[in-house]
Design a binder for this molecule. Structure first.
Ligand code: SF4
Length: 481
């Protein structure tokens, strides 16, 4: 046994090919080209098959990662893909979007093991293998695998509000239980953050399109361009054809900085910047249909993955100078190191320990931004050292576009228009964590409108738990005639 472990630990990490930075800044295609079959099988064989599977423990949907890799390393790629699909509706997306370094890969024993020559190696590249096997499977079987059989219709109907990761998981799972399901979506297309938040260079849209087509084939109905709370309420739904409702509206309202000049033309909320930079006008509602003007000097404010999506979009739109401004140091940044590396390779400047103090305009348009240097003080309530301004360190840089990516909140309209739905003061819906059930019988919720802005995989996990609870709830209702 020890001999096998040593042999596996001696296998070097397999590189994942990427587009060359000089090339990829000229296109919106995926940055990572992904594993080929041979490299994927070698990489899977680096897994030492830990009996306690700490990677699985660290995965919010408990993917059986060693089980999948045991199949992959012997060439059963479809079996490996099915293993991921047992616990995840969106493995090709999570494989691309999860911050694996703080989840499965962060827990992987291979990354901690000291080799006989006292060196270490990176953990097994779990996320990109997950993406590889599920992409391979879709190509092989011509789309998302179909269920062997569909159950008899139960006659029950579920409304899902919000077509993001949580809502889509609920839609798939309740439909597979035989319930009718209609998904209501504010945007012109379903997908939520998967379409309107994630740029193509991180995940190609065709993956989401294929998944949506798969859901439609299963029988899920989508009603887009519908703002629940204004065009129809949850009270209307429950008084009408729906027996249960899942609220998965996410957290899409961008926070403001509260500084002078935020209202100037050329200053954008990150989501508006991303959708206008990455999508076609047909995919956008009226007020966002105009493409972004050609950028020259772009400043993006924030330290998470969304800020990195903005800077990398600006680069691809042809900006000459793109600067990321963050008030703490890189050590305190919440986003993925991999994304920062990609952004740096593409020519983005990083202004750390820097705070925007004023946005400067002429004739109503932004022309510059005033910044101030910061230094780290004592830890704050988050445990991170609090940035404090350095007096007299203000300076100005030219900017014709400024994107603000400093966090998101939930839209309060659904709680405000749903009787008996309890929320906290940030309009986050209060739920039973095990079931997603809310204070209103028949209404369930999950994802960012419950947790605050978080990961695709945590929303997915919430959706999966809620789908089971919804089916159990529907079973308790009197039979329909
Ligand atoms: S922690 Fe790493 S080595 Fe252990 S089972 Fe998971 S992937 Fe394999």
């Amino acid at each position: 046994m020890t001999h096998i472990v040593h042999r596996r630990l001696s296998i070097g990490v397999q590189p994942v090919p990427k587009q060359d930075p000089a090339e990829r800044v000229k296109n919106f295609d995926e940055t990572y080209l992904g594993f080929d079959l041979n490299a994927a099988m070698i990489e899977a064989s680096r897994c030492i098959q830990c009996p306690s599977a700490p990677c699985q423990e660290a995965c919010p949907v408990s993917n059986d990662i060693p089980g999948a890799f045991a199949l992959l390393e012997v060439g059963d790629i479809l079996g490996a893909a099915d293993k991921f699909r047992e616990t995840s509706n969106l493995p090709e997306m999570c494989g691309r979007l999860c911050p694996q370094e703080s989840l499965c890969e962060g827990a992987c024993v291979v990354g901690f093991a000291i080799r006989p020559d006292k060196t270490t190696e990176p953990p097994v590249t779990i996320g990109k293998l997950e993406a590889f096997v599920t992409d391979y499977q879709r190509k092989e079987v011509g789309g998302y695998p179909k269920p062997r059989f569909m159950p008899e219709p139960t006659g029950r109907n579920v409304a899902v509000v919000g077509a993001g990761p949580a809502g889509l998981a609920v839609a798939e799972m309740v439909t597979l239980q035989g319930h009718g399901c209609t998904v209501f979506e504010f945007w012109p297309e379903p997908g939520g953050v998967l379409v309107y938040g994630i740029p193509n260079f991180k995940m190609r849209k065709s993956i989401v399109d294929e998944y949506l087509a798969h859901l439609e084939e299963l029988g899920v109905k989508f009603v887009c361009n519908t703002y629940v709370g204004r065009d129809i309420t949850i009270d209307d739904m429950l008084a009408g054809e729906f027996d249960a409702v899942f609220v998965g509206t996410g957290a899409g309202v961008g926070n403001k900085m509260g500084i002078e000049g935020e209202e100037l033309q050329g200053v954008y909320a990150a989501t508006d910047y991303l959708v206008r930079g990455n999508l076609t006008s047909e995919q956008l509602p009226g007020h966002l249909k105009d493409p972004l003007p050609d950028p020259r000097n772009v400043v993006v404010i924030g330290g998470g993955d969304t800020s990195m999506d903005c800077v990398r979009t600006a680069i691809r739109l042809g900006a000459e100078n793109v600067t990321l401004v963050y008030r703490r140091t890189e050590a305190e940044m919440l986003g993925r190191g991999e994304e920062r590396k990609n952004a740096r390779e593409e020519g983005v400047n990083f202004a750390m320990l820097t705070l925007p103090t004023r946005i400067i305009g002429e004739d109503g348009r932004v022309v510059a931004i005033e910044l101030q240097k910061m230094e780290l003080g004592e830890p704050d309530e988050s445990g991170r050292r609090r940035p404090e301004p350095v007096p007299g360190s203000e300076y100005t840089v030219p900017a014709d576009q400024v994107a603000i990516a400093i966090g998101y909140g939930a839209d309060p309209i659904v709680p405000k228009t749903t009787s008996g739905l309890a929320t906290d003061r940030k309009s986050l819906v209060q739920v039973d964590r095990q079931t997603g059930s809310t204070s209103r019988p028949g209404v369930f919720a999950g994802g960012d409108n419950v947790n605050g802005a978080d990961l695709v995989v945590t929303a997915l996990a919430d959706g999966r738990r809620a789908a089971e609870a919804i089916s159990a709830y529907l079973d308790t209702l009197p039979k329909r005639r």
